[in-house]
Structures are given as C-alpha cells and as structure tokens.
Design a protein around this ligand. Structure first.
Ligand code: CMP
Length: 143
C-alpha cells in the first residue's frame, strides 16, 4: 500500500474518523500537516498556548497525567483540550518512540468540527472516557 493509503488507513482506525466518507478523510489529510518527533521529544508542554491538535499516525506518545502515563498510539488524538476551551495545555505529551502525527491547526480545528458534527460527538465521547478514567483513579486513591 502507498503512503497515502496508509494514512487513510490510520485515520480510519481513529474511532471518531471511522464513519467519515473518503472525501472527508481526504479533507482531513489536506488540512493536516505531517509532523515528526524523535523519541524523548516533547510534542506539547503543559502551560503552552495550544497551536493545534494531533492525530498519531505512527509511533507512540505518552501523556503525563499526574505521575501516571497514558499511552497514545496510532489512531489516537491529543491536544484537543486547549483548542476547545482556548486554554493552555493541560499536560505534557512526549514521544516515547519516533512519532509521525497529523497536526490540525487551531484555526482549522473548530471549523472542521462545526462542519462534521459526528466527529465532534465522537471526540466528546473520547474526552468523557478520559475524564471517567481520571475520576476512577481519584476515587481509588481516596479509598
Ligand atoms: P491539551 O490540554 O491541549 O494538551 C495536553 C493533552 O493531553 C490534552 O489536550 C489531551 O489531549 C491530553 N490529556 C490530558 N489529560 C489526559 C488524560 N487524563 N488522559 C488522556 N489524555 C489526556
């Protein structure tokens, strides 16, 4: 399979893009910019102003959530929180192996969600899953 086919495949693995038509997936690819990070490199740093959200195409990144690490592999996304609420980055995300990602700029991100409400809802579901995971951890910690 050529590189383009692999990219479309990686987007399809992303639950919130899975239901998109081919032409919509193409528009995600056109809107996104390929970015590469070496192992150990920070992709976003807690407290920074958010410039974009990222979809992992290859490799593995980790988000440091209060001393625990959440893995982000191909088909997962991160960096959406700062854009949705126009706040600073809530956590640091690092590449733990070389990472290739598609970065969607803050400017394009909202417009895309407004044009594709199904993607917005699916992204919301993923954010709720993350929130619940954090809540369960807090409850377990508090006993
Ligand atoms: P953002 O705040 O823009 O930058 C850091 C990113 O880490 C954040 O968006 C989310 O994508 C991700 N993130 C933050 N907290 C968690 C968490 N508890 N579990 C998984 N990912 C998270």
């Amino acid at each position: 399979m050529d590189e383009h086919g692999l990219e479309i495949g990686a987007l399809r693995q992303t639950p919130f893009f899975a239901g998109l038509r081919d032409e919509d997936l193409e528009s995600v690819l056109v809107m996104g910019r390929h970015v590469h990070f070496d192992a150990g490199q920070s992709i976003v740093e807690q407290g920074d102003v958010g410039d974009g959200m990222y979809i992992v195409l290859e490799g593995k990144a980790q988000v440091d959530v209060g001393g625990r690490y959440h893995n982000l592999g191909p088909g997962t996304f991160f960096g959406e929180m700062a854009l949705i609420r126009r706040r600073k980055r809530s956590a640091t995300v690092k590449a733990v192996e070389p990472v290739t990602a598609l970065m969607i700029s803050a400017e394009d991100f909202r417009g895309f969600l407004l044009e594709h409400p199904a993607v917005a809802v699916a992204m919301l579901e993923a954010v709720v899953d993350r929130l619940q995971e954090v809540q369960e951890r807090i409850e377990a910690w508090m006993g």
